[in-house]
Design a protein around this ligand. Structure first.
Ligand code: ATP
Length: 297
C-alpha cells in the first residue's frame, strides 16, 4: 500500500449563507449556517486515504470542540492522527460568508495551525517512512520548509500545493519534486497568464509541474519533455470546493503506485470529477472503488 504523509492544516469552516453580504457596520440575517471540517492539509489527507493509500497527518488541532470533530473526521476516513497534536487554544477556523450570487468573503484565523512551526524527531521518522509528503501553505512557512527538507533527505517525493499563494523561498523550491498550482497560482508565481508558459517558467525551479485547469483538466510539464495536457471528464459540477485537494490526493496515490504520469493524471481527474458532482469539500471525496469505476484509461 502506498504510504503518504501530509504536513498541513486543519480548519473548521464556519459558513453563513446570506442573500447579500453585510457592509462594514451593517448586520444582516442569514438563511443558513454550516460547520464544515476542512483545511487543505486535512482535505488532501482524506482524499489520499479514500483513494487507497495509508495516510498519516502531521499538524495540530485546538483543544476545543472543533478540534475533537476535526480529528474524528480524519479518523473516519482512516487517516492516522497519532502525530496530529492538540494545541492549547482554538482550532483553525475559516469564517465564510456566501451570498446568493455564489460570491464569498473569507477570514481565516490559523489558531492551532500557527503552532505547527517545526518538525519533531517523531515527525521526521514518519516522513522517512512515506512514499510521498504532501505540503500546502496554510501552516507557518518554516515548517513547510523543514518538511520538504526532511523528505528530500530521506529521498521521499515532495508534492507542494502553493496555496494560499505567496512568494516561495528558493530553499523550499529546491526540495520540491512536484509543484501543483491551479492556473491562478501558476500565474501569480510567474507573472504569466498562459498556463503552459507558467509551467515552463516554473521548471526553472522544480523538476515537475502540474497546473490544474478546472473543467479543462490539467497540464503536466517536466524538464526535457514536451508538456502534456490531460482532459477532465465532462460532468455537471454542483460544488467544486475541494476539487484541487481531491486531485492532488489522488494524484499522489497514483504516482506512489507507480502509474505512468498520463495515467496518474487521468485517474486524479476521475477522482476530482466525482467530487465536483457532490456538495461539500472532504464529504464529496470519492473512495477508491468509485474512482476505479469512473476511470477510463
Ligand atoms: P478548488 O479551489 O475548487 O478546490 P482548484 O482551484 O485548486 O480547485 P481546479 O483547477 O479548479 O483547482 O480543479 C482541480 C481539478 O479538479 C481539475 O484539474 C479537474 O481535474 C477537476 N475539476 C475541477 N472543476 C471541474 C469541473 N467543472 N468538471 C470536471 N472536473 C473538474
Amino acid at each position: 500500500m502506498t504510504r503518504i504523509v501530509v504536513l498541513g492544516s486543519t480548519n473548521m469552516d464556519l459558513v453563513a449563507y446570506v442573500e447579500k453580504a453585510p457592509q462594514r457596520g451593517e448586520t444582516v440575517t442569514g438563511r443558513e449556517f454550516r460547520t464544515i471540517p476542512g483545511g487543505k492539509g486535512a482535505n488532501q489527507a482524506i482524499a489520499a486515504a479514500r483513494a487507497g493509500a495509508g495516510v498519516a497527518m502531521i499538524g495540530a488541532v485546538g483543544n476545543d470542540s472543533f478540534g475533537t470533530r476535526l480529528r474524528s473526521t480524519l479518523e473516519d476516513s482512516r487517516v492516522d492522527t497519532g502525530l496530529l497534536r492538540t494545541a492549547e487554544g482554538p482550532s483553525g477556523t475559516a469564517h465564510i460568508v456566501v451570498d446568493d450570487e455564489g460570491g464569498n468573503a473569507i477570514v481565516v484565523v490559523p489558531g492551532a495551525n500557527g503552532t505547527v512551526d517545526h518538525l519533531t524527531p517523531a515527525d521526521d521518522h514518519l516522513v522517512a517512512s512515506a512514499d510521498a509528503l504532501l505540503l500546502q501553505l496554510e501552516i507557518p512557512l518554516r515548517a513547510v520548509v523543514a518538511g520538504a527538507r526532511a523528505a528530500r533527505a530521506h529521498r521521499v517525493r515532495t508534492i507542494l500545493t502553493p496555496a494560499p499563494v505567496q512568494p516561495l523561498p528558493p530553499d523550499l523550491l529546491a526540495a520540491v519534486d512536484l509543484l501543483v498550482p491551479n492556473e491562478h497560482e501558476a500565474a501569480a508565481l510567474t507573472g504569466r497568464t498562459d498556463p503552459r508558459e507558467a509551467a515552463l517558467a516554473l521548471l526553472d525551479q522544480v523538476p515537475e509541474v502540474v497546473v490544474t485547469l478546472g473543467a479543462a483538466g490539467s497540464l503536466y510539464a517536466a524538464r526535457g519533455a514536451e508538456p502534456l495536457t490531460v482532459p477532465a471528464p465532462r460532468v455537471s459540477a454542483v460544488d467544486t470546493t475541494g476539487a484541487g485537494d481531491t486531485f492532488v490526493g489522488a494524484l499522489a496515490v497514483a504516482l506512489g503506485e507507480g502509474r505512468p504520469v498520463r495515467e496518474a493524471l487521468t485517474w486524479a481527474a476521475a477522482a476530482a470529477a466525482l467530487s465536483v458532482q457532490r456538495e461539500g469539500a472532504s464529504a464529496s471525496m470519492p473512495y477508491r472503488s468509485e474512482i476505479e469505476a469512473r476511470y477510463t484509461a
